[in-house]
Every structure is written in C-alpha cells, then in structure tokens.
Write a protein that binds this ligand. Sequence first.
Ligand SMILES: Nc1ncnc2c1ncn2[C@@H]1O[C@H](COP(=O)(O)OP(=O)(O)OP(=O)(O)O)[C@@H](O)[C@H]1O
Ligand SMILES: [Mg+2]
Length: 267
Amino acid sequence: MADDDIVIRVRGLKNSFGEQVVHEGLDLDVRRGEIMGVVGGSGTGKSVLMRSIIGLQVPDEGEITVFGEPTIDLEENEAVEIRKRWGVLFQGGALFSTLTVAENVEVPIKEFYPGLNPALLDEIASYKVVMTGLPADAGPKYPAELSGGMRKRAGLARALALDPELLFLDEPTAGLDPIGAAAFDELTLSLQRTMGLTVFLITHDLDSLYAICDRVAVLADKKVIAVGTIDELIALDHPWIEEYFKGPRGRAAVATQEAGTGKAGAD
Ligand SMILES: Nc1ncnc2c1ncn2[C@@H]1O[C@H](COP(=O)(O)OP(=O)(O)OP(=O)(O)O)[C@@H](O)[C@H]1O
Ligand SMILES: [Mg+2]
C-alpha cells in the first residue's frame, strides 16, 4: 500500500513506566479514511498508544509517523502544524467545567489561530455544536447543565473545531446508555463519511466495533497481535480474540446487528 494511504504508522514501539513495560515491538498501520477500532483488556495500553501517537508520551523506542511526519521529538512549530490536522476526544472527555460548551469548542481555535475575529469564532463554534447534533441553545450552557451524551457530543464538537483529517476517540461511548451510544456511533460514522475522516477509535463497545469499524486492532502481550475485519479476527482462532468476540457479549452484539436493530441504525 502506498505510503500516502497510511495515515498513522507505528513501528517497534516500546513504552515503559519504571519496571512496567506496557508496549514492546508494537507495529500498527491505520489507512486513510478508515475507522480503526482498537480493543484490548483494561490496562493493555490503548490510551498510552494513543498518547504516543499524538506526541504526549515519548516512547523508549520506536518510530511513529502521522501523515508521513514523525511525531516524536518535534520542534514546537512543527508540532503545532501537525496538531492542527487532528482532533482528540480523551477518555473521560473532560470539558473545561468553567467554560460554556461554545467556549470549550473555541479553546483549540484560539490556541491555533489567536486573534481571530470574535464574531467568526462564535460562528464556527455554533456550527460545530449543531454539527454534532446538539441543539443550538447548548452553546451557552455549562457542561454541568448537560446530560452525559450531550457532554460527549460537546467534546466531539471541540475535537472537530479545526476540521481535522484525523480523529482520535478514546472510549467515546463509555457510560452512555445503548441508545445514546448508538446515536454517537451513527454520528461518528456520518462524520467520517461526509468529512472523509480517518478515525482511531478505542472502545470496549462490541456494538460499536460491529456497527462502524472497518478494521479492528487487538492489543495484547504488549503489542498489536492482530488487525483485520471482525470476521478475519474471529477466523484467527486466538483464545483471547475468540473469547472476546464469541463470548456472551460478542454473541449479543452479533444478534443485535443481524436483527437489523444495530446501534448504528438507532437514533
Ligand atoms: N503516566 C503514567 N505513569 C505510570 N503508569 C502509567 C501511566 N499511564 C499509564 N500507565 C500504566 O500503563 C498501563 C496502560 O495504561 P492505559 O491507560 O494505556 O490502559 P488502557 O488500555 O487504556 O486501559 P483502559 O481500558 O482501562 O482505559 C497501565 O498499567 C497504567 O497503569
Ligand atoms: Mg484507556
């Protein structure tokens, strides 16, 4: 596959905290325009992997390129240029609680484009708020005044503030009820389709994996042990993968999809 088609390339990644080695010899390619699901047991290093890719965690070893540019040890001006091209919804999705939703969305815009005309800033923020399915009157509200699902959408609006090409989502549907999670999945899928986004989606939600991921990467034993469509992964005959996708929760997710009431179709 041409290098242009690989948006994220990770080779030989090693991360450790003191004695604890979290990643060793981890490789991963994420293709342009795909939704790549990332799964693995709790503590296997999914969030650390994402932090490494976006340059917040400096690895012990390895190479990481995003859009063909290395993200490790960048000069500040290079880091700013590349950070403009991606949006991130961190696990927990923390919004600034003392800022309104619109002000939260404006944070990255102000950071990268200081001095932008306030009227234009307002307009961009309102547009992003509506784009994520929030009512227009959510803009002036504070995070504490929103439901959990609305807060996730507000976090997504902030991640989309700069019209990124690449979106990182760390457990975006955790804590949402099934209907809210389904609606969020549908939103992710429609944004990916309309904006041509590449999405790096960490999730424990099997319904999300089935409904919206093009491929799934499985983290175990400090590395990505397999990447493929869910059908390809199941065919691998790996005990953890088998248990994950074919256990009771996996079967329930398949049944949901087959019944045509898949989350991605719900509203
Ligand atoms: N800043 C840090 N300092 C020390 N240890 C850390 C740090 N960040 C992560 N770790 C450790 O690295 C391991 C992987 O953490 P990580 O947050 O990536 O897990 P995860 O796969 O995202 O888990 P979860 O599904 O629960 O979110 C954990 O054992 C964690 O305690
Ligand atoms: Mg995590």
